[in-house]
Design a protein. Structure first.
Lengths: 208, 208
């Protein structure tokens, strides 16, 4: 049994979808970020970073979305969530996940958690003001150079797809219309209709 | 033949060390960031992100440090740069690399490239002021919870080691004394003495 620590509207959604699509034996524990549950000692003992997602396995805890997605793909090879037998193709999947976690996710975080990098309220406000532009630049790059179509990696579905779906879902919060990026918008719509994604989203909107 | 696009004092150093330690057949092309060579059309055709590192392989280009390191490890298994046959251990390596690329590297970048997230000079200055504190918090976590010792993953050397060495080398620029983190400092010293690391550093200090 795997246990995923998650919270609504976080990048943990990508790992949740991957677990569901892999047919994994798992449960989800949802943390209440409004009550700052991710900073409680019980949770810090699981993930000292005080962030989600964290995946508890029988051998220990895995943190960081790219690592969790890779683990799910490697431990459920029949789900074909990554090209496990092709080092170059696997590197492309890793590169996309790295871009999302190291560039796009921080771009988003400047709009909602600027206090991580500045104390002065005016500086935090300035980051928030610019965040939609930085997110927009990221999605220009994704649309033009990364999203091969129909899936991120082309014909082969991979864990890049739920990861992109998750982060594309944050555009609206920056008042950015996903329709500006037609391939990304089409990808988002197709992902939204996937039965596993619908099951996961239904569980996310259910009461805690 | 692999070609690594690099620039001095960037995270590309980690990939360079890994190539050297893997015994890979490679060459390095150094971009002159002072001349903004990473934004020239010739380079954008290789990496549209305008960043380093980029690794040109016979099948195409790989970007993002965690992806390049994973590719080097998988395509040179005899170098044992990652636990390739153990999904859980491999996930731990990925998690560490993700933390460096998605949390520590952005923390550093706020000290030197704040313009990515704000236009107002006062906000950029405020990020720069706080950057050493954010970097310090990151290294507290690495020292206490991540660096198992003697290597990052414990007894087994992995590509996490040159990656940590690379980013720990940035502490001095934030006026942070690495001696505050004894395990990290010891790791840095041992890495500095590694013959492959010495060869790579010697090539970095040679004239372009």
């Amino acid at each position: 049994m795997l246990t995923l620590y998650s919270a609504p509207r976080t990048c943990a959604l990508a790992s949740h979808i991957a677990l569901e699509q892999a047919g994994a034996h798992y449960e989800v524990v949802r943390l209440d970020f409004r009550a700052n549950a991710q900073r409680e000692p019980d949770y810090l003992a699981i993930n000292p970073k005080g962030r989600v997602p964290a995946l508890v396995t029988e051998r220990g805890v895995i943190t960081e979305t790219p690592a969790i997605l890779t683990f799910i793909a490697q431990s459920h090879p029949q789900a074909r969530l990554a090209p496990l037998d092709d080092a170059f193709a696997f590197a492309q999947v890793q590169a996309f996940a790295s871009f999302l976690c190291a560039t796009v996710h921080p771009a988003h975080a400047h709009g909602v958690r600027g206090y991580r990098w500045a104390d002065d309220p005016a500086a935090i406000e300035e980051m928030k003001r610019k965040a939609p532009q930085v997110m927009s630049d990221c999605f220009d790059l994704i649309e033009r150079d990364m999203l091969a179509g129909p899936w991120v990696m082309g014909e082969a579905y991979s864990f890049c797809d739920p990861y992109l779906f998750t982060i594309a879902g944050w555009l609206e919060g920056h008042r950015l219309d996903i329709a500006r990026w037609p391939k990304t918008a089409d990808h988002f719509d197709r992902m939204s209709e996937n039965p596993a994604v619908r099951r996961v989203l239904a569980s996310h909107t259910a009461p805690v």
